[in-house]
Design a protein around this ligand. Structure first.
Ligand SMILES: Nc1ncnc2c1ncn2[C@@H]1O[C@H](COP(=O)(O)OP(=O)(O)OP(=O)(O)O)[C@@H](O)[C@H]1O
Ligand SMILES: [Mg+2]
Length: 706
């Protein structure tokens, strides 16, 4: 419902001091319906209303907008708000108009008629607009700067508010080159107070913002970044059968809540949204690949709660004020702790209990590392900022301690874990989280044995430039042939396909494809490695043999005669000794044949072959075990695949020891003393024979042959 504005003039007349708390609270209550100011809002408002610059650091959803919206109502003139996103401007202007506050935005997406109307109003003797939202790009234009100067000279410029001010800093997570242009504002409009607002807490970003905007003796206000109403949790994709199903179930278990799901890629947004819709969750994808009309319909549907779940790329959401978001889910790992904090902070802006869920997967991590490394190289920065920032979020996922503590400490805020009060999974279910991490470590090291699993190894990779053939590539293709010689996709990357004309998304897609191909090629290179017989395989083979042997021994009522554990180790070891070099397929076939042999063997067969492991109380042991030979005529096909179908049968036939077949006996291995004595006897004999006219060299030869 629209509300008539509280006449500013009246407020000013009744309150001599416009920066007085009472007058400001009155405005807050009248226009926004809030009982009182929150956190540092009042201090920030009082500073700028009295003409002082202010740097305001407040958490996401902390209420930064009020800090420039109330001054627009408390003093005559216009508050100029610089905002990085059109969607954000639209959202705020719409909300303000709903409250009866004269707000407008200027952007290239508006119809000329609308824009002209706003300009006319600005040029008029008494502009009605109180809050004017603009993009940094517009500020950079000469025409608009001239207009601002004119407004200023007429005493109509009340305040310049730079929202999402961290975008000015290359240290920030959303650096925007156009924000750099804002440094000219101070020169052109020297005495207009400037209010910089951000939720980005990194100290270097703060300093950068203050310096770049040339803030004069600013009042620096910092609030705690703790969001006590948000429960933090990490789910491990590598331990989940299907992350789509898991997320679907999670959302369903929460009822019809409003949620944002962030994905790294547009295709994931589309796929995930389709999946959620297919299980009855009302959802919509939102990304730059959609046309602007569709995007704004999707956004409207979500803002008006027609759609429940919003599946978006990370480009969405900066400053979007939807109060009742109950869950923010990162379906892929974010690029830094800062990004994660900002994005997850979109949950629970109404201060009610909400949830942040991060799906962590080792593959996702590798992909992000690759993208960040690539962006580092493109920027030709000597610093390793993106990857070092990324390590913080990796630690958040891979560490077992309090998640809240990790978030806050990454912003330089001390936070004892006891204060978390079980509002993160690590504090609420420490054993479960520790167990998951252990499992993740095992699973990941099995799956990614050749790559990095945890942070330490990740650093190693960075240092060794293990995958540098992608990351060191320049986008203009200036790399030498040597660097890219062995890769077709690398050539395409270095060539015209990755030209400067391509958009970032296209480049990322190309780079991702190249990476996939790289792994594919790596797979082939490591084929021999992959064909190696792992300990896990050996253990499972032993178990297979043990199961079969136990069954057979029970059938033959010979359980006590054979130590089945040792017997299986013996049989497995036989297979391994013979085929460890030939590879997994051969070994596996041999195990399978041995299992089959066990199934058909008679008691005598078993006692014969397993004589070395027959229990002492068993039947008559035969000292010399059978040597079962297997012809190694397994063929390799043209494509390198091993043709084992035929060989299986052959092996089976050979390994099933038929009673008619005469066993080949192993030669008796003499003991050391037996060997020395025999040698002495033979030497004596040959000496005798030599004296009878034999060749001198022959005894030595005979010895060797023994
Ligand atoms: N004093 C207050 N009392 C109660 N609610 C408030 C108060 N100030 C702001 N809010 C509410 O808090 C929510 C978040 O406000 P706002 O959008 O200004 O946050 P923000 O700090 O700009 O967040 P972001 O970093 O995401 O842009 C809004 O719904 C707003 O109405
Ligand atoms: Mg905001």
């Amino acid at each position: 419902m629209k509300k008539s504005p509280l006449p500013v003039q009246n407020v000013q007349r009744s309150d001599k001091n416009v920066a007085g708390k009472e007058a400001l609270v009155k405005l807050l209550r009248w226009h926004f319906g809030h009982a009182d100011f929150r956190g540092k809002q009042l201090e920030a408002i009082q500073a700028v209303v009295s003409g002082r610059d202010c740097f305001c650091l407040m958490p996401t959803g902390g209420g930064k907008s009020i800090c420039y919206q109330i001054p627009a109502l408390a003093k005559p003139g216009i508050v100029l708000v610089v905002s990085p996103l059109i969607a954000l401007m639209e959202n705020q202007v719409m909300a303000l108009k709903e409250k009866g506050i004269a707000a407008e935005y200027l952007s290239s997406t508006q119809a000329t008629l609308v824009r002209n109307k706003i300009h006319e109003d600005l040029d008029s003797g008494k502009p009605s607009v109180r809050l004017l939202y603009v993009t940094p790009e517009l500020i950079a234009t000469k025409g608009f700067m001239l207009k601002l100067r004119k407004l200023h000279s007429r005493g109509l410029l009340n305040l310049i508010a730079i929202d999402e001010a961290h975008c000015i800093s290359s240290w920030g997570h959303d650096f925007r080159l156009s924000y750099r242009q804002l440094s000219t504002l101070r020169d052109s409009l020297a005495d207009v107070p400037v209010l910089a607002l951000t939720a980005t807490a990194a100290p270097k970003v703060q300093k950068d913002v203050i310096d770049s905007l040339s803030l004069r003796n600013p009042l620096v206000l910092k609030s705690s970044f703790n969001r006590p109403n948000v429960f933090y949790e990490v789910r491990y994709k590598d331990l989940i059968d299907n992350a789509y199903t898991d997320l679907g179930n999670l959302l369903k278990s929460c009822g019809s809540i409003c949620a944002i799901i962030y994905c790294l890629e547009r295709t994931t947004c589309d796929d995930l949204s389709v999946h959620l819709a297919s299980i009855g969750i009302s959802s919509a994808a939102y990304h730059a690949g959609l046309n602007s009309k569709l995007r704004s319909t999707v956004l409207d549907d979500w803002l008006s709660s027609k759609k429940q779940v919003f599946v978006a790329t990370v480009a969405f959401g900066m400053g979007i004020d939807k109060k009742d978001v109950r869950m923010v889910c990162h379906f892929n790992i974010p690029k830094s702790m800062e990004s994660f904090y900002q994005e997850s902070g979109r949950a629970g802006r109404d201060q009610l209990p909400s949830r942040s869920v991060l799906y962590y997967g080792v593959d996702d991590r590798k992909k992000m590392e690759f993208l960040l490394r690539n962006s580092e190289n493109k920027k030709s920065q000597s610093s390793k900022k993106p990857t070092s920032d990324f390590e913080q979020i990796v630690k958040y996922c891979e560490g077992s301690g309090c998640r809240r503590k990790k978030i806050l400490e990454s912003f330089g805020e001390e936070f004892p874990a006891q204060q978390c009060k079980k509002t993160c999974d690590a504090c609420k279910h420490p054993n479960q989280v520790a167990h998951s991490l252990e499992e993740l470590m095992n699973t990941a090291s099995r799956r990614h044995s050749s790559s990095r699993i945890f942070i330490t190894s990740s650093n190693k990779m960075t240092n060794e430039g293990h995958y540098s053939e992608f990351w060191n590539r320049n986008e203009d293709g200036s790399n030498s042939d040597e660097e890219i010689s062995d890769s077709d996709d690398a050539k395409s990357l270095a060539g015209p396909k990755l030209s400067k004309k391509l958009g970032l998304d296209e480049k990322l897609v190309l780079l991702e494809q190249a990476e996939e191909k790289y792994y594919e090629r790596n797979k082939q290179v490591k084929k021999s490695e992959k064909n190696a017989i792992s300990e896990v395989l050996r253990e499972s083979s032993k178990q297979r043999l043990l199961d079969e042997l136990t069954r057979v021994l029970q059938q033959l009522a010979s359980v006590k005669e054979i130590d089945s554990q040792k017997a299986c180790e013996f049989l497995e070891n036989e297979c391994y000794r013979k085929y460890s070099k030939a590879g997994k397929s051969f070994y596996y076939s041999q195990i399978a044949s041995t299992v089959r042999w066990l199934g058909t063997a008679s008691r005598d067969d078993l006692m014969t072959r397993l004589s070395s492991v027959v229990s002492s109380g068993g039947g008559e042991p035969i000292k010399e075990p059978l040597l079962v030979e297997h012809s190694e005529n397994v063929e390799e096909e043209d494509d390198g695949k091993i043709n084992t179908t035929e060989s299986h049968d052959e092996m089976t036939q050979e390994l099933v020891v038929s009673p008619s077949r005469s066993p080949i006996k192993l030669p008796h291995v003499p003991s050391f003393s037996e060997f020395v004595n025999r040698r002495k006897i033979k030497l004596n004999t040959s000496a005798d024979k030599s004296s009878e006219g034999f060749d001198d060299n022959k005894p030595a030869k005979i010895m060797k042959l023994q």
